[in-house]
Design a protein around this ligand. Structure first.
Ligand code: CA
Ligand code: ZN
Length: 302
């Protein structure tokens, strides 16, 4: 199985990325990832000021997907996420939801063992490994974005449901799509309120497929039971509106509903969930059960 080393990283999603590896459709491959601090934080006496800020949010790649062209949809199946046995989590003055109230910077080194993260000996959290940063080359008109910012190309969406067993669909902007990913979290709550998940290195097993001549203006996430639109905008209201309009557009096309009926159905059956409140753009996901809207139907009508 092809293994893509975590030495190959990007810090920006642009329209002209150069690949470090090529993969075929339906071929499983492994991507090794650094943690979002490039493993610079190793003990609890360290604070963020001491580390090199040029090495934040490395994403391994870019990976050229054979057969992907502009105007297609890239399907990315997350087959497996393995995280290391130790990660870190921080409270950073001026950062996160209550950043203004953080008086003392604090760093916690957290051990991961037997599917639990040991916050203390008594407080243990069942892990739910997820991918923080995952995306493809940007469309020219969307400009370029550092890997800390989520947008239409994906990026730092910090969404707790991007887990093993989930599938992402990205709009392809360039030949080869140019997939890159990193910033794994052993666990993270919706919102990522302090600005960090349980930041940890690891590796991800993926399989990709190209869906020809289908597109959408935001990444779509499919979990075992739901379909979601992941929208990222400057503030929470805009992100909410974009995520809702996104899922409504899909409902109109796939279920043959008027805009107003899509709004009413959304009010009954769509959950608006906060992915993260702390990155340069806020990410909100609008989720609907696959019992109401199947992924097959979504793809047929994109
Ligand atoms: Ca992140
Ligand atoms: Zn992270």
């Amino acid at each position: 199985m092809q293994r893509i080393s975590s030495e190959n990283v990007i810090y920006k999603f642009t329209n002209d990325l150069k690949e470090v590896a090529k993969v075929k459709q339906n071929e499983e491959f492994i991507v090794e990832t650094n943690d979002c601090f490039y493993q610079q934080i190793t003990n609890s006496n360290q604070v963020l000021d001491e580390i090199n800020h040029d090495n934040l949010n490395p994403a391994t790649g870019p990976i050229y997907i054979e057969g992907a062209e502009k105007g297609d949809l890239l399907k990315v199946k997350i087959k497996k996420i393995d995280v290391s046995n130790k990660g870190c989590s921080l409270a950073i003055p001026g950062f996160g939801v209550l950043g203004g109230k953080v008086k003392n910077p604090a760093t916690k080194i957290i051990e991961v063992k037997d599917e639990y993260a040991y916050f203390t000996e008594d407080i243990k959290i069942p892990i739910k490994p997820m991918i923080g940063v995952i995306g493809v080359a940007t469309h020219k008109e969307d400009g370029e974005w550092t890997t800390d910012t989520p947008y239409r190309h994906g990026g730092n969406m910090d969404t707790a449901e991007i887990v093993e067993g989930s599938t992402l669909y990205f709009p392809v902007a360039v030949e080869g799509a140019m997939l890159a990913l990193g910033d794994l979290h052993a666990v993270m709550g919706d919102g990522e309120v302090s600005g960090t998940g349980l930041e940890i290195p690891g590796e991800v097993t993926l399989e990709v497929e190209v869906i020809k001549n289908k597109s959408f203006n935001w990444p779509i996430l499919e979990t075992e039971s739901e379909v979601m639109v992941l929208a990222s905008e400057e503030n929470i209201n805009e992100a909410n509106e974009q995520a809702l309009e996104g899922i409504m557009t899909i409902m109109e096309k796939s279920l043959g509903l008027s805009w107003e009926d899509a709004l009413i159905l959304s009010s009954l059956a769509v959950d608006m969930r906060i992915s993260q409140l702390v990155d340069p753009k806020i990410t909100i996901r609008a989720a609907i059960s696959k019992e109401i809207l199947s992924m097959e139907r979504v793809l047929e009508n994109l």
